[in-house]
Design a protein around this ligand. Structure first.
Ligand SMILES: Nc1nc2c(ncn2[C@@H]2O[C@H](COP(=O)(O)OP(=O)(O)OP(=O)(O)O)[C@@H](O)[C@H]2O)c(=O)[nH]1
Ligand SMILES: [Mg+2]
Length: 362
């Protein structure tokens, strides 16, 4: 966030975004409300929808330590969402989640008391676009790919989602992890290459499914030391470190189901029939994790992803300050910084705004 006064600021200035919140609330005139656009990058089955579900389960409606709260604006929509969360939780106890086929938009409001301060705006991501679009794909698929890229290029925060390999991964699973890194890195690079050159963005390097790696968070943290995390996500770390338009980046391991999840065994010994008519061995089918019925498991390390994204999403906005006036967004960012410190999430910063600013000016 460019908190310094505009006349002293040598970075290009962007007016505050035309506020969707203003329109939503029917407010008049220029206010300091803004929209933080967050978009996901991750192939099918990576855990993007499970993360959004975990956000709905554990972050929405709860108070941050500053007293701020992320929620839907309309209480009727809260009622609807609560019903949806129950339905999805039930699916997670039986079959696992269905692949996303629609880019459903989601808008949540950050409230301070009853006052809406900004909008957290995101979409469900269709992972199949990443996994299945090739240069030869039919026109309608190319169009969905282009629409996806258009969303990525205007994002303030990108959530890269790479599934953590399961315990004792098979050779197939290890190869899948390497392919995941390659594909995620290619889409991240394209998102950054096409990104508005006058705008910075922040990047979450997410490692999903760490709740399937070990029985407890302590054990998972032992297995995934800082060194291991850095090595595991090295291509993505290099990418964000080199990118001039990435303001900040951090690794977040999370478990959207919560520790204690179990593997759901496939109903059939084969995972289907391949294009050439041969049965696909079970080993090629990705593991499906479910949350046991009546389990009190809760999603792990999800709130930190949201608060970090709000904070760094604000920090890439441009805020003009009048003399002696501390803009609302600056105050909100300070509260979020305190919230993050109070929460102490499991995260590893790989690029900080100060370093990014220096790189941009160099
Ligand atoms: N244990 C565990 N399993 C997870 C987690 N996230 C996802 N899964 C498993 O992975 C499956 C697929 O997750 P989704 O969130 O639907 O994957 P997605 O990235 O949205 O996939 P698409 O919608 O196809 O793009 C779920 O049904 C779970 O079995 C996680 O954090 N922990
Ligand atoms: Mg999905």
């Amino acid at each position: 966030m460019y908190f310094s006064r505009s006349e002293k600021n040598d970075l290009p200035l962007r007016p505050l975004p035309l506020s969707f919140l203003d329109r939503l609330l029917g407010a008049r005139g220029k206010t300091e409300t803004c929209v933080i656009h967050i978009e996901g990058i991750g192939r099918g089955h990576a855990g993007k929808s499970a993360l959004l579900h975990a956000v709905k389960e554990t972050v929405l409606g709860n108070f941050f330590s500053s007293g701020m709260q992320l929620d839907l604006l309309d209480p009727r929509a809260v009622g609807q969402e609560l019903m949806d969360v129950i339905a999805t939780s039930e699916r997670l106890q039986s079959d696992g989640l269905l692949p996303t086929l629609e880019t459903e938009p989601l808008h949540y409001i950050l409230f301070q008391g009853e006052r809406p301060r900004l909008i957290f705006s995101t979409h469900e991501t269709i992972g199949q676009i990443l996994s299945h679009t090739t240069p030869d794909s039919p026109p309608e698929q190319q169009q969905r790919y282009q629409e996806y890229l258009a969303r990525l290029r205007r994002a303030d925060v990108l959530w890269c989602v790479v599934p953590c390999p399961p315990p004792q991964p098979t050779a197939t699973e290890q190869a899948l992890y390497r392919r995941d890194l390659r594909l995620t890195s290619a889409y991240l690079r394209e998102a950054l290459r096409l990104h508005d050159p006058n705008r910075l963005c922040a990047v979450v390097l997410g490692l999903s499914k760490v709740d399937a790696l070990a029985p407890t968070p302590q054990k998972a943290r032992e297995l995934l030391s800082d060194e291991v995390l850095q090595e595991a996500l090295d291509p993505l770390i290099t990418q964000v470190s080199m990118a001039a338009n990435v303001s900040a980046a951090a690794i977040f391991p999370w478990g959207a189901l919560g520790f204690g999840c179990v593997e759901r065994k496939a109903d059939t010994p084969t995972a289907g029939i391949s294009k050439d008519g041969k049965p696909v061995p079970v080993d090629d089918q990705e593991r499906e994790w479910i949350r046991p019925k009546n389990s009190n498991a809760v999603p792990f390390n999800v709130a930190g992803v949201v608060i970090w994204s709000l904070l760094h999403g604000i920090q890439v906005q441009e805020v003009e300050c009048r003399d002696g006036d501390e803009p609302q967004l600056v105050r909100i960012a300070k509260h979020l910084e305190d919230d993050l410190q109070a929460l102490k999430p499991w995260m590893l910063t790989v690029k900080s705004p100060a370093l990014a600013l220096r790189a941009l000016r160099a």
